[in-house]
Design a protein around this ligand. Structure first.
Ligand code: IPM
Ligand code: MG
Length: 352
């Protein structure tokens, strides 16, 4: 089994360190671990946020654990050299089109949610976000209008095949959960969304056991805070999924708790090749201070164990260890507590 660790920028290395300790504790037989540079640090060391050797390392692995990228010192670089291009480049070069972003309330954290505890208690949603298309990867640029002013543009599009494959992922996920799928789009305004909706309806014929509904994205944003318990699986495009998943994290209590998996079609000897990352960013404001909550990173490792290494029992062990640490009141600053990065790591290791 081979996995690649890409810590990246900001708090990335600190939280990755805790994931590495968890890995060591699990002591998986025959595991080989590589480490590579991504993001601003890769730009500084190799002149590119996604060096070829990093990409090759990812391709040679069964799964990739990704910290975070983003560095304010790089904000004025040309777009193709900015740290974020590492994550976007990996997603597209590796064909990782299906992003699974679960948001579930942890026992004991109901009061940390931005929502009323009785509303927050009900949250158990899986956001399935399309990750290789949409306005993220369409033609983009700057041009000058006839009147001489600058105009930025980013083209939004989805091809049928792109919608079909993410729909299949989402229907299958719903089948393994409570059997409800809500497709989120903006079909009242966008042609891209009309196509999206048509294809989702088409695919639903193969999943008669899944109850399908549709929601406009503005309404979905509202319903997520009004009554999040109504959702089981949400399937949506790249941009809407980016926004709704950050929103869902705050409903749970902290963005420092949410993990994600980006999966493609490639099968490894043990499962599906994927890349796993916390949904939060590099948090440059607290980087290097030992304050960041490593739980989302550790939970991302659990997803890697499950999906790419076929080690469901280990994944559950890690998830239980994190949940137990939370229940025991080991809370980072993001949850109003005082536990630092290493202390949270220690608590998880102790549970293991
Ligand atoms: C995410 C992030 C990325 C995205 C950024 C860093 C490019 O916000 O994974 O949600 O927009 O997809
Ligand atoms: Mg995001």
């Amino acid at each position: 089994m081979k996995i690649a660790l890409f810590p990246g920028d900001g708090i990335g290395p600190e939280i990755m360190e805790q994931a590495r300790r968890v890995l060591a504790k699990l002591d998986l037989p025959g595991l080989v671990v590589f480490e590579g540079d991504v993001g601003g640090i890769a730009y500084k060391r190799h002149g590119h946020p996604l060096p070829q050797e990093t990409l090759d390392m990812a391709k040679a692995a069964d799964g990739v654990l990704f910290g975070a990228v983003g560095d304010p010192a790089c904000d004025n670089l040309e777009r193709h050299l900015r740290p974020e291009q590492a994550i976007l480049g990996l997603r597209s070069h590796l064909g990782l089109f299906a992003n699974l972003r679960p948001a579930t309330m942890f026992a004991g954290l109901e009061d940390m949610s931005a929502l009323k505890p009785e509303v927050a208690r009900e949250i158990d949603v899986l956001i399935v976000r399309e990750l290789n298309g949409d306005v993220y990867f369409g033609e983009k640029g700057m041009r000058t209008t006839k009147s001489g002013e600058r105009e930025g543009y980013d083209i939004m599009s989805y091809a049928e095949s792109e919608v079909r494959r993410i729909a299949q992922t989402a229907f299958r996920a719903a089948r393994g959960r409570k059997g409800r799928l809500c497709s989120v789009d903006k079909a009242n305004v966008l042609e891209t969304s009309q196509l999206w909706r048509d294809v989702i309806v088409d695919v639903s014929a193969d999943y008669p056991d899944v109850a399908l509904s549709h929601m406009y994205v503005d309404n979905a944003a509202m319903q997520l805070v009004r009554n999040p318990g109504q959702f089981d699986v949400i399937v949506t495009g790249n941009l809407f999924g980016d926004i709704l998943s950050d929103q869902a994290s705050m409903c749970v209590g902290s963005i420092g708790l949410l993990a994600s998996a980006a999966l493609g079609e490639r099968q490894t000897d043990y499962g599906t090749f994927g890349m796993y990352e916390p949904i939060h960013g590099s948090a440059p404001d607290i980087a290097g201070q030992g304050k960041a909550n490593p739980m989302a990173m550790i939970l991302s490792l659990a997803m890697l164990l499950r999906h790419s290494l076929g080690r469901e029992a280990d994944a559950l062990r890690v998830e239980k260890a994190v949940a137990q640490a939370l229940e025991d009141g080991v809370l980072g600053a993001d949850l109003g507590g005082t536990a630092g990065t290493a202390e949270i790591g220690n608590a998880v290791l102790e549970q293991l």
